[in-house]
Design a protein around this ligand. Structure first.
Ligand code: ATP
Ligand code: MG
Length: 690
C-alpha cells in the first residue's frame, strides 16, 4: 500500500485491501450483500489514481446515476484525504473520471467517436415511452394487427424488440421462448421492427437499446475499438450480475484480455433478467478472461447478525444455490420483525408510527426506507404520509420526466435540437387546439420538404381554434432553432417554452398549478447545464425520480425525508431501518412471475435484496386482507397468504407481532372470498336475463 493511502486503507480488511491494490490483471469480486464490494471498488479507483493513472482514463460503470454519483463522491473524499490541503485538485481529478451508467457513457462516447461508424454526432435520444409511441404510430401506419386477432400492445412490442437487441438473438427464438402467443404475428413483427429501425435512422434518433448497440458496434470495429482502448486504461463495473450480453461484449472489446478490468457483483442479487440481464456474465467471467483473480468476501458490515440469519435462510432455500456464508460481527441487535397487519391501511398506520418512533429515538427520516415490489403498493402509505405532513421521496415509480407536462416541454426543445425528430414534432403540434394527428402529420411532411426549416410553417393557415397560438408557436420554434438561442442559455429557452406552453397546459390538465410548479423547477435545473444537448441528454437518460428530487438537486428542499422505493431501485443502498411492504404471495412473488422456477427464484432474490438493505431494524409487513372490486363491482376482499419466501423454517428467525397489539386479527389460513348476498342475488337474476 502506498504510504499516502495507508490511513485510508486501514479500514479495509486484508481481502478488500488486496483487491483494491491488485495489479492490472482481470479481477472479479464476487461476494454477498453488504460485504463491501462497492467500498472496495471506490478504494481501488483511489489506488489506481495514486499509481499515476490519469483519472480521465478511468471508466467506472454502474447501474444508476445515483450510484455513480455516490461512487464518485466517495472517490473524491478518498482523494481529498489522500492529498490533504489540495482539495480543489482532488475534486477536479475525481470529476474527470468517466463515471456513469452504461447508457449515459454510451451517449458521451458516441458523440465523440460515433462518426467512426458513420453515426452523425447530433442525434437525439428518446426514452422508453417515446419509443413505445413510435412503435404504435408505425403499427397504425403499416396497418398491422387489424385482422381481429389479439396483437401485442405497444409496451409489449418494445419489450420484444428490446429483448432481441439486448440478447443479440433473432426474433423467432425469442417469441417461442417468451411470447409464444405472438408467434402467429411473426411476419408482421418483422415488418414493424424493420420500419422502427428505419424510422429512427431517418429521424436521427437513438433509443436506449441503440445506445448499447452502437457502442458495441463501435467497440467491435477495428478502428473504433482502437480509439476506445486508447481512451481507457482501467474499466471498473459495479453490480455486474445485472448486465446483459451486449454489455459484456462491450467490455470484452474494451479489454480483450481483461487487462485493467475489474468487475464486482453478487449472483444472489441478480434481479434484472426481465431486462435481458444474465447472471452468466459474472459466473463465466473467469473462463472468459484467463488469469482472473477471484476475490470473495464473507464478512457483512452492514446488518446485524439476527437480520443476516433470516436473510441467509431465505436465500438458502432458493432453487438455484448460491454458496454464501455471510456473517456479521454485530452480534447483538433486535430480531427482524414480521408484522401482521389487518390490511393495507393498518400497514400504513404501522409504518408511520414506527418511523416516527425511530425518529424520536434519534434516527432521522433519511436513515429509514420503505421498500415494495410494485409502485402501487405504497399508495395508502403515501396518503397517510401526506396527511401527517411527513416528507418523503419516492424512487422507481413514475418518474418526473415521464409525466405528460414535462414530456411536453421537453418535446419543444428536442424538436428545436433535431427537427427531424417527428416523435417530438407530432407531440407539440397536437398540443395545439384544433390540430389532430392527420394535420400534424401533414405539417411534419411540409417541414421535411423544406429542409427542416420552421419558416415553412409560416405559410400554413391554422384552423380557427388555434389562430391565436399558431404565429406564436412558429416564432417560438424559429427562435429556439436560431444560433443565437443557445447563447442565451438553456434556462432562458425553457422559460420561453414555458411562456408559450403554460396557457395550453392550463386547458389540458386539471391539476395545472402543481404541474406549472414542476416546470418552474425544471427551469431552475436547466440553469446548471451549459448546452441544450447536454440538458436533454441528462434528463432523458437518467431522469430524476421525483419532483422532490429535482428540488433537492436545486438545493431548495430540506434533506430529511423518508425514502419510498421500489426494490429494484434500492439496489446497492442501505438504511438504518427498513420496512418491506406487502409480503404476501401474489405481491412478492408477483402473481405475474409464477410461471417457472426461474421466475420465482428471481422474485426470491428480489426479496433478498430488499431485506439485505437493513442495517439495524427490519420490518416485514404482511397485510392479511386484500380488497378488490369483484366482477359485480362490489368491494370484496380475500385473505392473502404470507409470502412463500418466509417459510416455516424462516418464521422463527423473525419476531412475529401484530401491528397494534390490542386488536386481535381474524386470520383464516385459507384464501377465502367474501361474497355478499346481494352478489348472489344479482348473479341469479343475471342467469335468466337474456
Ligand atoms: P451490496 O451488495 O448491497 O451492493 P456491498 O458489498 O457493495 O453491498 P458496501 O455498500 O460497499 O457493500 O458496504 C456495506 C457497508 O459496510 C457500508 O456501510 C460500508 O461503509 C461498510 N464497510 C465495508 N467494508 C468495511 C470494513 N472493512 N470495515 C467496516 N465497514 C465496512
Ligand atoms: Mg454495492
Amino acid at each position: 500500500i502506498p504510504p499516502q493511502l495507508e490511513d485510508l486503507f486501514k479500514q479495509l480488511n486484508p481481502e478488500q485491501q488486496a483487491a483494491a491494490c491488485h495489479d492490472s490483471g482481470p479481477l472479479l469480486i464476487i461476494a454477498g450483500a453488504g460485504t463491501g464490494k462497492t467500498t472496495t471498488l471506490s478504494h481501488r479507483v483511489a489506488y489506481l489514481i495514486s499509481q499515476g493513472i490519469d483519472p480521465s482514463r478511468i471508466l467506472l460503470l454502474t447501474f444508476s446515476r445515483r450510484a455513480a454519483n455516490e461512487m464518485v463522491r466517495r472517490v473524491d473524499a478518498l482523494l481529498r484525504a489522500m492529498g490533504a490541503g489540495r482539495e480543489n485538485s482532488a475534486s477536479a481529478r475525481s470529476r474527470s473520471i468517466w463515471g456513469g451508467t452504461f447508457h449515459s457513457t454510451a451517449a458521451r462516447l458516441l458523440r465523440r467517436y460515433g462518426q467512426a461508424i458513420g453515426l452523425p454526432d447530433d442525434f437525439t435520444i428518446i426514452d422508453r415511452s417515446d419509443a413505445e409511441d413510435l412503435m404504435s404510430a408505425l403499427r397504425s401506419e403499416l396497418d398491422l394487427g387489424n385482422n381481429g386477432k389479439k396483437f401485442p400492445r405497444k409496451g409489449t412490442l418494445l419489450e420484444i424488440y428490446s429483448r432481441c437487441v439486448n440478447t443479440c438473438s433473432k426474433l423467432d427464438p425469442i417469441l417461442e421462448r417468451h411470447y409464444p402467443w405472438c408467434l402467429e404475428h411473426t411476419d408482421e413483427l418483422k415488418k414493424l421492427f424493420q420500419a422502427f429501425v428505419d424510422r429512427k435512422e431517418k429521424q436521427n434518433i437513438l433509443d436506449y437499446d441503440d445506445l448499447l448497440l452502437f457502442w458495441h458496434a463501435l467497440a467491435a470495429d477495428p478502428a473504433g475499438g482502437k480509439l476506445l482502448r486508447g481512451q481507457f486504461e482501467a474499466v471498473l463495473v459495479d453490480e455486474y450480475q445485472d448486465t446483459n450480453i451486449l454489455q459484456s461484449g462491450i467490455l470484452k472489446n474494451l479489454c480483450p484480455d481483461g487487462k485493467g478490468l475489474t468487475v464486482v457483483g453478487d449472483d444472489a442479487q441478480s434481479i434484472y433478467s426481465f431486462r435481458a440481464a444474465t447472471v452468466r456474465n459474472i459466473l463465466d467471467f473467469p473462463q472468459e478472461y484467463e488469469g482472473t483473480t477471484l476475490v470473495t468476501l464473507e464478512e457483512n458490515y452492514r446488518s446485524t447478525q439476527p437480520i443476516l440469519q433470516a436473510t441467509n435462510q431465505i436465500i438458502d432455500e432458493a432453487h438455484e444455490r448460491h454458496e454464501k456464508n455471510l456473517w456479521s460481527s454485530k452480534i447483538s441487535g433486535e430480531a427482524p420483525c414480521l408484522v401482521d397487519c389487518s390490511d393495507n391501511n393498518e400497514q400504513a398506520d404501522f409504518v408511520v408510527q414506527q418511523v416516527l418512533e425511530h425518529r424520536e429515538a434519534g434516527i432521522p427520516l433519511n436513515q429509514q426506507a420503505v421498500l415494495f415490489r410494485a409502485s402501487h403498493h405504497s399508495l395508502s402509505l403515501e396518503v397517510e404520509l401526506a396527511r401527517r405532513n411527513i416528507a418523503y421521496h419516492k424512487y422507481g415509480g413514475l418518474k418526473f420526466i415521464e409525466t405528460a407536462h414535462v414530456k411536453d416541454l421537453m418535446a419543444y426543445l428536442r424538436l428545436a435540437e433535431n427537427p427531424r425528430d417527428a416523435v417530438s414534432g407530432l407531440r407539440v403540434l397536437t398540443l395545439l387546439p384544433g390540430i389532430g394527428q392527420k394535420k400534424a402529420q401533414q405539417l411534419i411532411n411540409l417541414l421535411a420538404e423544406s429542409q427542416f426549416r420552421f419558416d415553412a410553417w409560416s405559410e400554413f393557415k391554422p384552423p380557427a381554434a388555434t389562430v391565436e397560438h399558431w404565429p406564436l408557436f412558429v416564432r417560438l420554434m424559429k427562435n429556439l432553432s436560431s444560433p443565437q438561442s443557445e447563447k442565451r442559455g438553456i434556462s432562458a429557452e425553457v422559460h420561453q417554452v414555458r411562456t408559450f406552453y403554460s396557457p395550453l397546459l392550463d386547458q389540458q390538465y386539471d391539476n395545472a398549478t402543481s404541474r406549472q410548479r414542476d416546470l418552474e423547477q425544471l427551469e431552475q435545473v436547466a440553469s446548471r447545464f451549459s448546452s441544450r444537448m447536454s440538458f436533454l441528454e441528462e434528463i432523458t437518460l437518467d431522469p430524476p425520480s421525483s419532483t422532490q428530487d429535482v428540488s433537492a438537486a436545486s438545493g431548495a428542499d430540506d434533506d430529511d425525508f423518508l425514502v419510498l422505493s421500489t426494490i429494484h431501485s434500492s439496489k446497492g443502498l442501505e438504511w438504518d431501518a427498513v420496512y418491506v411492504l406487502q409480503a404476501a404471495d401474489g405481491s412478492i412473488p408477483s402473481e405475474m412471475s409464477l410461471e417457472s422456477e426461474d421466475e420465482i427464484d428471481e422474485e426470491r432474490r428480489l426479496f433478498y435484496v430488499a431485506l439485505t438493505r437493513a442495517k439495524n431494524w427490519l420490518y416485514v409487513c404482511f397485510p392479511h386482507r386484500q380488497y378488490f372490486q369483484n366482477r359485480r363491482w362490489n368491494q370484496a376482499h380475500s385473505y392473502a397468504q404470507l409470502t412463500r419466501f418466509v417459510s416455516p423454517k424462516t418464521i422463527p428467525l423473525f419476531q412475529r407481532r401484530p401491528a397494534f397489539s390490542a386488536d386481535a386479527l381474524d386470520t383464516p389460513q385459507e384464501a377465502e372470498i367474501e361474497t355478499t348476498a346481494e352478489d348472489i342475488r344479482k348473479n341469479i337474476r343475471n342467469m335468466w336475463s337474456a
